[in-house]
Design a protein around this ligand. Structure first.
Ligand SMILES: Cc1cc2nc3c(=O)[nH]c(=O)nc-3n(C[C@H](O)[C@H](O)[C@H](O)COP(=O)(O)OP(=O)(O)OC[C@H]3O[C@@H](n4cnc5c(N)ncnc54)[C@H](O)[C@@H]3O)c2cc1C
Length: 274
């Protein structure tokens, strides 16, 4: 058992440029965007829930303005730059990476949730940007702790965490014991995945299209009989889901705080920074 959780961080963080090479429909509420270009030759895939900052041109900017600082310093630079001169920034998960893809060079897939009702700039970019559009990406490594060493893993996610949940399931050793609770807008948003014998995925399609994402996953977790033995939980999605799940696991189920990684991926009614 790892004594101290240390997120896995990239060893050589730098802002890379990439171009939109393809857009593929995955399911009614998810679109896959494939990035390519020589900039990705410097990208190191780590599997699991590997995520990155994605920099996009802001409305009215005719070219992409990228931070010149990397590691944690990009953010200070970002904040001190006037808004009109900053790029937009959002966070996304590596759905897949191929060193040599269909385009001949490296390719990185991202699965975007299409949230039409309150479409934000990143969702709109994913749905509409012309092929060839340029973005910047800054690898942030993993939030999941592969070295935790628990006897079993519990994954809880809404659709924004679906790419992370599937990445973790695909990266864990095949004999890992896993219960995954994945909430999706509808049954057609399920995705095929190869599972080890002791891995179970509970797909949770929302019955009510107006229900808040994450509520069903949280309710299901609260009612679930989890395996015995020391577990490690990874909970991501709309802010109330990770917060509520951690509270349940720690306060009601008696888990140690250090056995729960929880990350708010978005917040209902609030745009991500600037
Ligand atoms: C580590 C990490 C990894 C992530 N990976 C992914 C990923 O692989 N795929 C993915 O789709 N998202 C992912 N997200 C979530 C994504 O960053 C946010 O959903 C982001 O806010 C979308 O930006 P936007 O410009 O479309 O909307 P914003 O401008 O941020 O928000 C505009 C409006 O849309 C609403 N909104 C934002 N996201 C959603 C949503 N998912 N469903 C419904 N309404 C929403 C907001 O509440 C707001 O009202 C990840 C987040 C984190 C922190």
């Amino acid at each position: 058992m790892a004594k101290h959780y240390r997120p896995t961080k990239p060893t050589d963080p730098r802002v890379l440029t990439a171009q939109l090479v393809r857009r593929t429909g995955v399911s009614p509420n998810l679109v896959r965007v494939t990035l390519g270009g020589p900039g990705l030759e410097h990208f190191t895939p780590l599997g699991y829930d590997q995520w990155f900052r994605m920099f996009l041109p802001r409305e009215g900017q005719d070219q992409l303005r990228l931070p010149s600082r990397t590691s944690g310093l990009w953010y200070a630079q970002y904040l001190t730059t006037p808004k009109s001169a900053r790029p937009l920034v959002r966070n996304y998960t590596v759905r897949a990476f191929r060193a040599a893809g269909e385009s001949g060079g490296p390719e990185l897939d991202i699965d975007f949730v299409l949230h039409d009702e309150h479409a934000g700039p990143a969702g709109t970019w994913a749905a509409e940007a012309p092929i060839g559009s340029e973005v910047g990406i800054l690898d942030q490594g993993l939030s999941f702790d592969p070295a935790h060493g628990a006897e079993h893993v519990v994954i809880v996610a809404d659709e924004s965490g679906l790419p992370a949940a599937l990445g973790v399931l695909a990266s864990l050793p095949r004999d890992a014991r896993v219960e995954a609770f994945i909430e999706i807008p509808g049954v057609e948003d399920e995705q095929p995945i190869e599972l080890g014998e002791r891995m179970r995925v509970h797909w949770l399609p929302r019955a009510d299209a107006h229900a808040k994402p994450g509520e069903l996953a949280l309710e299901t977790l609260r009612a679930a009989a989890l395996p015995s033995g020391r577990g490690y939980a990874f909970v991501v999605g709309e802010q109330s889901l990770p917060v509520g799940a951690r509270r349940h696991l720690v306060n009601e189920a008696g888990w140690d705080k250090s056995d729960v990684t929880f990350v708010g991926y978005w917040r209902q009614g609030a745009a991500y920074m600037g």
